[in-house]
Design a protein around this ligand. Structure first.
Ligand code: AVJ
Length: 326
């Protein structure tokens, strides 16, 4: 038991630090990167299947219906070998549609999904084993940039996939520095496929973050439950609510957790008691929605230029093809 507790406390040092800081600031905040523990990852899989969460289907549509257009925009030749690197591949269901066509068309490439979660990598290996039994893939477990840095030494052209509008969780300035770092790990001519959810009416966006089954609510409030589990706290999630909003003009969906009452919550592992006023909120997530102007803005001084854009038929979602020009 002691060993068990020790291992856990070691793993959660950064989490503990970030929770302590975030809940001491005004306004209170917690990073959306902490959504994805085991329970959160399961809830996110359920979100992706919800009718209101149009993002996954829209991007799947692009990969299912326009793989040849994607390949054409990537300017890759059947004779030359390339590396297809995916950052945070999830279950790989979109990418597999591209892989199927690359296989069928006899392209020469290696598929390298990168994830910090071994479970995610196992899932991709299974998907590929089932749908393309002859394709050997090269999963890499670890930090995106650490692995990209290792891969930088290979002499082959690269295509990096960063799908699902995962970039949308970053403020624009952070997205810009993320793309700068990514670009530094690439060579001239390399490509990126960047999945982005597009700006659109509130009637479509907001329900994606406020589904009728309440899965997104559970996903958001799981952050408090995670603090209970990992930091020995006492949040009663019935005394908190999920508050999503979408500002159409700004194009950012925001999620907060709001206290229903005045309350004080002890977080024992942090030696901290957090006070909430009635209606006080914790900021937990932003989901940026893009257009060409914002995309260009986050590409500023990255050396990356848009050379193509593919959208689903409803034009809800776009996969931008970026090229490293300098
Ligand atoms: C995985 C970051 C793309 O922001 O749409 C889903 C996460 N949050 N429902 C998103 C999420 C609430 C999702 N991303």
């Amino acid at each position: 038991m002691a060993i068990h507790r020790n291992t856990i406390s070691k793993m959660n040092k950064q989490f503990a630090k970030d929770v302590k800081l975030g809940l001491s600031e005004t306004p209170k905040n917690l990073s959306s990167k902490y959504f994805y523990d085991e329970k959160g990852s399961t809830l996110f899989s359920e979100i992706m299947k919800l009718p209101e969460y149009y993002l996954t289907n829209a991007e799947f549509d692009i990969f299912k219906n326009q793989p040849l257009d994607i390949i054409q925009l990537l300017e890759i030749h059947k004779t030359s070998y390339f590396e297809l690197i995916e950052l945070g591949a999830g279950d790989g269901s979109k990418t597999i549609e591209l892989l199927k066509v690359l296989e069928h068309e006899n392209y020469h490439y290696q598929y390298l999904p990168i994830d910090i979660s071994q479970k995610a990598l196992d899932q991709i290996e299974n998907t590929v084993a089932q749908q393309l039994p002859n394709k050997k893939i090269t999963p890499k477990k670890g930090d995106y940039f650490q692995i990209l840095n290792e891969l930088k030494n290979s002499p082959f052209p690269k295509v990096v996939l960063f799908l699902g509008s995962n970039i949308g969780n970053m403020e624009d300035a952070l997205a810009n520095s993320f793309l700068k770092k990514l670009s530094k790990n690439l060579s001239k001519g390399d490509k990126i496929i960047l999945g982005t959810d597009l700006k659109k009416e509130k009637d479509i966006v907001l329900p994606a973050y406020n589904d009728s089954k309440g899965i997104t609510r559970d996903f958001n409030l799981n952050l408090l439950e995670r603090i209970n589990r990992e930091l020995d706290a006492n949040f009663d999630i019935n005394q908190f609510e999920h508050v999503p909003e979408y500002d159409e003009l700004e194009g950012i969906a925001k999620s907060r957790i709001r206290s229903k009452i005045d309350q004080k919550i002890p977080i024992n592992s942090l030696n901290l008691t957090v006070s909430f006023k009635e209606k006080e909120t914790i900021h937990t997530e932003i989901s940026r929605k893009y257009d060409d102007v914002i995309l260009e803005k986050i590409c500023t001084n990255t050396g990356l230029k848009t050379i193509g854009k593919l959208m689903d038929k409803r034009e809800y979602f776009a996969d931008y093809i970026l090229e490293k020009k300098s």
